[in-house]
Design a protein around this ligand. Structure first.
Ligand code: ADP
Ligand code: MG
Length: 273
């Protein structure tokens, strides 16, 4: 029996998402070109609840493009994207092009948070205001309740003392923790990290490792885009190796990084050492 495609399955009630075992992030056959350059070619990827998945690969492979499309900052040309039971885009039958559903995009935006490489904090807002802004403006939550959660997160991330400073007054590692608090204050089911550790010293990298594992343990799906193999190896449940817009190998860190089978992975790893 062939497995039904997700788009052909009945749309479940939101509360049934995890019971049905739908992945938190579902990407199928995603394609993306800039002009006549194909940057993503039939990329399929899933991240389950409680799972940490890293997308690794050389510079120019398409990692950032993939992340931008997942975060709905850019669009796939073709293919399917769903967050749990919220299907954001899919190809109409017989069509080569994907169609985005605006209402689903709005719903999906409530489900993921993203920590950018350069943190993207509002420079003129205090730390606290950076963290509280989206839950109040986008999610229209009660400011009192949001502030309580924001302060708790700042406490947990060890930056509560800096709540009234502006980002410029903080170190890179502290700014990153503000960016993480900001993402978590949206109560997302999925969190994405772009180059989570590239600016961090070994101690902070270790802290990141612990934090990411804790988020996963709490049931969050974590997607990491990185060129740092050491970190990916330690923190990930699964690694996908992206090369020239294609996932050429996917598996446990051990499978992909220690016993790669694809020549392109082998060559990349040999050069990376
Ligand atoms: P990575 O993050 O893996 O280094 P990127 O996703 O940034 O790779 O880039 C993949 C390819 O797409 C590169 O060849 C890059 O030059 C190209 N590219 C990325 N963004 C754009 C854009 N906005 N316009 C044209 N080409 C782009
Ligand atoms: Mg990149």
């Amino acid at each position: 029996m062939t497995k039904p495609k997700l788009r052909e399955m009945p749309r479940p009630d939101i509360s049934l998402t995890s019971a049905l075992g739908l992945p938190a992030v579902y990407v199928k056959d995603a394609r993306k070109s800039f002009g006549d350059k194909e940057v993503l070619r039939d990329v399929s990827l899933q991240i389950g609840r409680g799972e940490v998945v890293s997308l690794i690969g050389p510079s120019g492979a398409g990692k950032s493009t993939m992340l931008r499309c997942l975060a709905l900052l850019d669009t796939f040309d073709s293919g399917e994207l769903a967050y749990g039971n919220v299907r954001v885009c899919a190809n109409e039958p017989g069509s080569e092009k994907t169609t985005y559903d605006k209402a689903a995009m709005r719903q999906a935006r409530m489900r993921f948070g993203i920590v950018f490489q350069n943190y993207n904090l509002f420079p003129h807002y205090t730390v606290l205001k950076n963290v509280m802004d989206a839950p109040i403006v986008v999610q229209r939550r009660d400011p009192k309740e949001v502030e309580e959660q924001a302060r708790t997160l700042l406490e947990q991330l060890d930056i509560a003392d800096h709540a009234d400073k502006v980002p410029d007054q903080l170190s890179g590692g502290q700014q990153q923790r503000v960016a993480i608090a900001r993402a978590l204050c949206m109560n997302p089911q999925v969190i994405f990290f772009d180059e989570a550790t590239s600016a961090l010293d070994p101690k902070l990298t270790q802290d990141m490792h612990r934090l990411i594992r804790r988020l996963a343990k709490d049931g969050m799906a974590v997607g990491i885009v990185t060129h740092e193999m050491g970190f990916a190896r330690e923190v990930s449940d699964r690694i996908a190796f992206l090369f020239d817009g294609q996932i050429v190998e996917e598996g446990t860190p051990e499978e992909v990084l220690v016993h790669p089978t694809d020549e392109r992975t082998k060559r990349f790893l040999a050069n990376a050492e």
